[in-house]
Design a protein around this ligand. Structure first.
Ligand code: HEM
Length: 505
């Protein structure tokens, strides 16, 4: 590093340090308690590279349900109880529904219109929410039931013929259903073109948003460096990848538009938005909104529902009694000569409870997405500074022993009977005006796939060389924000050969 860059770096760091201290210590009220920071870098040295929610859970035991910490240029407030999360993020939603800026991603790569990152005060925000909520409402999603049913049969067929690739079958199922919902695109082969470009787009986005990777997140003033300046290579990276991302996103959207133009489209989110019922002309702005939201459906819907389904497989291996109970309910209500259908859902309360327990036991997004305090606030005698990043630690809430005795055990019964425990839907899908718009669709997909898998197979532990069962550990991992089980093996033992035979007909 040349001395010029070094001086620039140290000056910028010092400016950040003094600026953030002034910003976060000006009022008389204290910040929530938290771990002791270092002079320049705050608590950065104590943060793990992965799965920060586990660290937050241990800090919550020490500092209480609401604690704070900071890293250069960013103050964090972590809410570890349902009460604090709902009181702030739900009840004071107009203060807490913004998102923190990710300089590399939202600004330099120009991804600020992405539905996950768009600012609460952006004029598009309300339209995004209206469009997404109405397209994913319980009534609207009924139009995708036949595709979901068809794809659930493809999933069962894959599990039957190539059970060792169960993870691939699950991923393909989730991606196929969402691509159809978003664009009307039908996946017919394993190496699908749209799946590969959208996956690449998610990987680039994750890289650009990766915490701790880019210095500009700690020193935002670095973004003003000209791109040719030594050490400003990150600006060129952001620009090039931003261009690539916008090219990638446009491909499925333009395909769907072309289908509409040709009159050969199938009903999808894009067709619904671009062909309004009243026949009105769609503006360029509405087109842009549709493009971003359709891409948000893929980003939000694929890894989440597939991770949950993998956790379901793991849970059935570890809790065979739960599996037997669920299968007995299906046999009694649906019988053994057909697969469960959407119409059976209300008659299968144990399956409903199993899904609630799955979402709680293996929270897919253990720290949700970060919210941003848009103005200074006071809670429980603590100051929440304007600009603070506020995280609801969904992981800690899901393990709250008061709400869920024996929280590590998989017990669907906790949601049945005269005094059921709290439905985790209250927090698993996030909070306030940023709450997940895809929850009904996610629950419907889980219901259909879970009930059909249980009707067709018994999920069993893998065997070792001597034919003895091996119990996989209940362990999860996460490269980013989505938590899924660590790789494990299992067996899918057919329990209804007649039913499985119908798959090849
Ligand atoms: C098990 C499945 C799912 C879980 C657990 C889940 C969870 C979440 C969570 C925790 C958030 C952040 C909420 C917040 O900031 O407070 C979120 C946001 C979002 N989810 Fe989901 N989600 C799931 C499935 C889906 C599906 C199927 C879709 C779409 C088809 C979807 C689309 C979105 C979108 C677009 C957002 C961004 C909302 C915004 O920032 O305004 N999600 N989800």
């Amino acid at each position: 590093m040349s001395s010029g860059i070094l001086i620039l770096f140290v000056t910028a760091l010092a400016a950040v340090f003094f600026y953030s201290r002034r910003r976060y210590t000006s009022s008389k009220l204290p910040l929530p308690p938290g771990p002791c920071p270092k002079f320049f870098t705050g608590n950065a040295h104590q943060l793990p590279k992965k799965e920060p929610w586990l660290k937050y859970a241990t800090w919550a035991e020490r500092y209480g349900p609401i604690f704070s910490f900071h890293v250069p240029n960013r103050q964090f407030i972590v809410l570890n109880s349902l009460q604090s999360a709902t009181e702030l993020l739900d009840l004071r939603a107009t203060t807490y529904s913004d998102r923190p800026r990710v300089w590399m991603y939202t600004e330099l790569a120009r991804r600020n219109l992405n539905p996950f990152n768009i600012s609460f005060s952006h004029p598009y925000f309300k339209t995004y929410r209206t469009v997404l909520k109405s397209s994913l409402s319980p009534r609207t999603i009924q139009s995708y039931q036949s595709l979901q049913t068809e794809q659930s049969r493809v999933l069962l067929d894959g599990l039957h013929k190539h059970p060792e690739h169960f993870v691939n079958h699950i991923r393909r199922n989730a991606a196929t259903v969402i691509l159809y919902l978003a664009y009307g695109w039908k996946v017919t082969e394993n190496n699908d073109y749209f799946i590969s470009i959208l996956r690449e787009s998610l990987e680039i986005s994750a890289m650009l948003s990766q915490p701790g990777r880019w210095l500009v997140e700690a020193i935002p003033s670095l973004r003003f460096l000209p791109s040719w300046f030594p050490g400003a290579g990150f600006k060129r990276v952001a620009f090039d990848l931003g261009q690539k991302l916008s090219r990638l996103d446009t491909i499925p959207f333009n395909w769907a538009k072309q289908q509409i133009h040709n009159g050969s489209y199938t009903h999808s989110f894009v067709s619904e938005q671009l062909l309004p019922e009243d026949g009105s002309t769609v503006s360029a702005q509405q087109e842009e909104i549709t493009k971003w939201c359709s891409q948000g459906l893929y980003g939000g819907g694929v890894d989440t529902t597939s991770s949950s389904l993998m956790s379901f497989i793991l849970a059935m291996l570890l809790y065979p009694d739960v599996q037997k109970h669920a299968q007995a309910e299906i046999d009694a209500v649906v019988g053994q000569d057909r697969y469960p259908a959407f119409e059976d859902r209300d008659k299968l309360p144990y399956i409903g409870a199993l899904i609630q327990e799955l979402l709680r036991w293996a929270p897919v997004a253990p720290q949700g997405l970060p919210h941003l305090a848009m103005r200074e606030d006071v809670y429980e005698g603590y100051r929440i500074p304007k600009g603070a990043t506020v995280i609801a630690n969904i992981f800690s809430i899901s393990r709250d022993k008061e709400m869920y005795p024996d929280p590590l055990e998989f017990k669907p019964e906790r949601f049945l009977g005269p005094s059921p425990q709290l439905n985790p839907r209250k927090f698993i899908f996030g909070f306030g005006r940023r709450g997940c718009p895809g929850l009904h669709f996610a629950e419907a997909s889980l219901y259909l796939n879970i009930s059909c898998i249980l009707a067709a197979f018994t999920i069993a532990k893998p065997l070792d060389a001597r034919g003895q069962e091996i119990t996989p550990p209940a362990e999860f991992e996460s490269p980013s924000l989505i938590w899924h089980p660590k790789p494990f093996k299992c067996r899918f033992i057919p329990r209804n050969k007649d039913l499985l035979a119908t798959l090849s007909q």
